[in-house]
Design a binder for this molecule. Structure first.
Ligand code: NAP
Length: 248
């Protein structure tokens, strides 16, 4: 039997990049998937079409995770559509790079709003519906220990994700809800293209430091998330798994 048969999952920021890869992987393992997006409707629809075309179940649901009513509506939509909630993947995230001299309040707030507040609001809404066996997987970043220059704020958001995940693993453990983290290394996505990382010296430097010698792909991350979401990982909570080709 597939790992996630009968389960219902919400993946935030699944219209592209790593989130799209995760949504497809969870669906391949049998989960019904809510494909969340903030603005990229066409991307989310394409992910849903790929899942449904392969015989799976999925719907696209718009929702800005930084707004509490929208985060709540996203989770309610999952329960309304599929009747339950078993898995939440907090993947929505943004990254911007700036030298400390160029840092602005807006640069700080944008990233902390999506990467930290968004994760908290979505988790709060999901915690009301997750039952015994529920699984939350938070997407952090290997940048918390690779310490890439110009990424002070972004690394700060992901350090917060790791700390919050540890706390929530303990807080939700009495309800038998697990909380784990996947920390990707550099992955080629729409986001890293748009940020100008793909093809840059930063990419070359990261790949040169990666023992397995290449950039990551969304599928490299998605399989790890599917495992953590499943009952096969039933004895894992509070873990941070670095999926980075060995860079650390
Ligand atoms: P991406 O290609 O830019 O995709 C980001 C996704 O997040 C999109 O689906 C976007 O939706 C969604 N999103 C942004 N703001 C949102 C909001 N307010 N509410 C809901 N969704 C929102 O990014 P990615 O490279 O795949 O990264 C995905 C995650 O992995 C992020 O948490 C990132 O920090 C982490 N990560 C990435 C890398 C990497 O090298 N790519 C490495 C380590 C960690 P719309 O398009 O609809 O706006």
């Amino acid at each position: 039997m597939s790992k996630l048969e009968g389960k219902v999952a919400v993946v935030t920021g699944a219209s592209k990049g790593i989130g799209a890869g995760i949504a497809k992987a969870l669906a391949r393992e049998g989960a019904a998937v809510v494909v969340n997006y903030a603005s990229s409707r066409a991307g989310a629809d394409a992910v849903v079409a790929a899942i449904v075309g392969a015989g799976g179940r999925a719907v696209a649901v718009r929702g800005d995770v930084t707004r509490a009513p929208e985060a709540q509506a996203l989770i309610e939509a999952a329960v309304g559509e599929f009747g339950r909630l078993d898995v939440l993947v907090n993947n929505s995230g943004i990254y911007e790079f700036a030298a400390i001299e160029d840092l602005t309040e807006a640069h700080y707030r944008r990233q902390f709003d999506v990467n930290v507040l968004g994760l908290l609001l979505t988790t709060q809404a999901a915690a009301r519906h997750l039952g015994e066996g529920g699984s939350i997987v938070n997407i952090s970043s290997a940048i918390t220990h690779v310490h890439t220059p110009m990424a002070a704020v972004y690394a700060g958001t992901k350090g917060a994700v790791n700390a919050i995940s540890g706390v929530l693993a303990n807080e939700l453990a009495p309800r038998k809800i697990r909380v784990n983290v996947v920390s990707p290394g550099f992955v080629v996505t729409e986001g890293t293209h748009a940020a100008g990382v793909v093809g840059s010296d930063m990419e070359a430097g990261l790949v040169a430091q990666t023992p397995l010698g290449r950039a990551g792909r969304p599928e490299d991350i998605a399989g790890v998330v599917a495992f953590l979401a499943s009952d096969e990982a039933g004895w894992l909570t509070g873990e941070v798994i670095t999926a980075s080709g060995g860079i650390r």
